[in-house]
Design a protein around this ligand. Structure first.
Ligand code: MG
Length: 388
């Protein structure tokens, strides 16, 4: 009889462990790069940081306003299901409110890399605990959840905290205001870059909560998720911004999105560029500068300098020869100046000499470039190099 009772007690304990969120034996276990389980209560709680006073954060020029407190902007959202169905979420006092069990909402417009501003408030009526209190979520690209949760005096597993990349990265701090007050989140989202199936550059999220940095360019490890260790892989090129219905009447307001330009590893010019992309861009800039130089026919010295400028981007042999020839003509003209005009050319000569010094110092022209040697010689002979 005793044995039967003991077995029954053990079985009850095991059931309770396996079904309540955040208990041991719940999320995927540690691995070579993750010392904690997914949703691990042994992972430290984010430290409390009191945020500064709230300030309005209206959308900047050019941002896509996704919700401005009006019924009209609720029309930018739909139920997160097939068929473009109107959401059952409601607008109250300038905020859109989750109607529990009505389902997620999503934007009709889709976004990839973006800056997103949103403000959310957990219910004033504090109920339940851990993941049950004021839970929602902001999904970027349709898949990466930045957690929305009332963690004001409400511990939970660290990777499920408000402003966590859910199931992956806890926030650096807990900077929440009391429930009922609006929390401002500012998110920068960058997808990982893949080309022909090859991983080229990581994706990141940066998040500020009430002005406090809580995700510091956190490298994405996939979309994040519940109980399962997230795996790195390509994300959709674009997706809706989705807001979660987790059964709590969480409110949102002042939501705007600014799409971000592509990065250097894609087709853009921001961030690190691959060697190939850099070479291609330098060629393009050089061609643009040369084309501009070709038009400056009325001012030979300025034209020569503009051609020389193009060499900074690309060592084009024909252009180099042209610069050498034009510089030779410039030096010859200087040498032929009558004595009364010679002194007047001083500043011009010195500035042209500085250009050749710069180019030689950076190995763009040879140190022994004859016009450079000529100009340096003139400057020395005149004593202009000793002047301040
Ligand atoms: Mg959530």
């Amino acid at each position: 009889m005793k044995t039967i009772l003991l077995l029954a007690a053990l079985s009850l304990a095991a059931t309770s462990y396996a079904t309540s969120t955040g208990s041991p034996f719940y999320g995927d276990p540690p691995d070579d790069h993750h010392p904690w389980c997914v949703h691990d209560w042994n992972r430290p709680q984010p430290p409390r940081v009191e945020p500064g006073p709230a300030k309005p954060c209206p959308p900047p020029e050019g941002a896509v306003v996704l919700f401005d407190g009006t019924e009209a902007t609720l029309d930018k959202w739909e139920a997160d299901q097939e068929g473009h169905i109107a959401t059952k979420w409601v607008v109250h006092d300038g905020a859109m409110e989750c109607v529990p069990k009505s389902g997620y909402v999503r934007t009709k417009e889709h976004f990839g890399d973006c800056q997103l501003h949103a403000e959310w408030a957990a219910p004033t009526n504090v109920e339940d605990e851990s993941q049950g209190r004021g839970n929602s979520g902001i999904f970027l690209d349709g898949v990466v959840e930045i957690q929305v949760l009332d963690n004001y005096n409400n511990p939970t597993y660290a990777d499920g905290f408000a402003c966590a990349v859910y199931g992956v990265a806890p926030p650096l701090a807990n900077a929440l205001r009391v429930p009922g007050k609006f929390q401002q989140v500012d998110i920068t989202f960058r997808r990982p870059i893949y080309k022909d199936g090859k991983y080229l550059y990581p994706g990141y999220v940066t998040v500020y909560c009430n002005g406090v940095l809580v995700q510091d360019k956190t490298q994405l490890e996939g979309p994040g998720g519940h109980r399962v260790r997230s795996k790195l892989g390509p994300l959709p090129e674009r997706g809706p911004i989705r807001l979660q219905d987790h059964g709590n009447p969480v409110r949102f307001r002042n939501i705007w999105c600014q799409p971000l330009p592509p990065r250097g590893h894609e087709t853009g010019i921001h961030g690190p560029l691959s060697a190939e992309a850099t070479a291609a861009k330098r060629k393009e800039i050089a061609a643009m500068v040369r084309a501009d130089a070709a038009k400056i026919t009325a001012h030979p010295t300025i034209q020569m300098l503009r051609f020389a400028e193009s060499l900074v981007y690309e060592k084009d042999e024909l252009t180099f020869q042209k610069v050498e020839q034009m510089a030779g003509q410039y030096v010859a003209a200087i040498k032929q100046l009558p004595a009364d005009k010679f002194a007047g050319a001083k500043d011009n000569v010195k500035s042209i000499a500085r250009v050749f010094q710069y180019l030689a110092k950076n190995n763009i022209i040879p140190t022994g470039f004859p016009p450079k040697a000529d100009l340096d010689g003139i400057i020395k002979a005149q004593g202009w190099d000793k002047e301040k």
